[in-house]
Write a protein that binds this ligand. Structure first.
Ligand code: SF4
Ligand code: SF4
Length: 243
């Protein structure tokens, strides 16, 4: 599974070369709040046979970076390298390599590992996990939806009521800034949101949304009708159903 909006319909490379510069140092500074008060990595790592948080395990989640972001990271840290298949040395891998549909303007990275993490140089894809910007059929970025493929791995997805207001605000502000400067990036999340609607329609389930207005909603995947709910009533997933 890949931590990103991946699909090849994202911005084309010729567009990328000519687009305005994003200040990643500033962007990272404004997207730095922890998701929760507690260390969720300690909650999920015990269920990962590789013993590390799922989102920091290259055998389970592949971080991505914009090409412009990679230039910034390369210049400032040796935490990252371009991902290679051999980076995962475990038999417990869940990455489907045949399904890596990488846009031209992004690349897959691998870091040195959770024990060497440098918080200030986490990629945007690390900071946003387990969320992505939900974009409606009529092309509005209304809030945070979660990476549904990680429902049984990520503890946070079963505890959406604990996501901090500061994190939510920083997430919204960061993506407002990215979409404002690079509007073409919103298209990839519109496609990802469409995939989520299609999956949840098949499942006959509504989609939890942490809305940009601060409230929590359930969204019907067919009509995109939203209903205010208490986030403490959001679904929980095994093995975190009782915790
Ligand atoms: S965000 Fe999810 S997968 Fe990552 S450390 Fe927290 S609980 Fe684990
Ligand atoms: S940089 Fe840090 S947060 Fe990102 S994948 Fe590596 S260990 Fe995890």
């Amino acid at each position: 599974m890949v931590i990103c909006p991946l699909n090849s319909r994202s911005a084309k490379i010729d567009k990328v070369n000519n687009r305005p510069k994003l200040n990643f140092s500033k962007l990272y500074g404004g997207f730095n709040a922890p998701i929760l008060k507690i260390d969720c990595g300690a909650k999920c790592a015990v269920y990962n046979p590789n013993g590390v948080p799922f989102c920091c395990d290259i055998c389970h989640a592949l971080p991505v970076a914009y090409l412009e972001e990679w230039k910034y990271l390369k210049k400032n840290t040796d935490l990252w390298h371009v991902w290679k298949v051999e980076d995962c040395k475990s038999n417990n891998a869940t990455i489907d390599q045949s399904n890596l549909d990488l846009p031209e303007n992004m690349l897959l990275l691998a870091c040195k590992g959770a024990q060497y993490c440098e918080r200030e140089f986490r990629a945007v894809s690390c900071r946003q996990f387990p969320f992505f910007p939900y974009v409606t059929t009529d092309f509005r970025f209304i809030g945070l939806a979660y990476e549904w493929e990680f429902e049984h791995q990520c503890w946070v997805i079963s505890h959406l009521d604990q996501v901090s207001k500061t994190y939510r605000n920083e997430f919204i502000t960061t993506y407002d800034e990215i979409f404002n400067l690079w509007p073409e990036e919103m298209e990839s999340y519109a496609i990802k949101s469409e995939e989520m609607r299609s999956t949840f329609l098949q499942r006959k389930q509504r989609i939890p949304i942490l809305h940009r207005n601060g409230k929590d909603y359930m969204l019907s995947p067919k009509e995109e009708r939203i209903q205010v709910v208490s986030s403490s009533n959001f679904r929980k997933f095994a093995p975190y159903s009782q915790q």
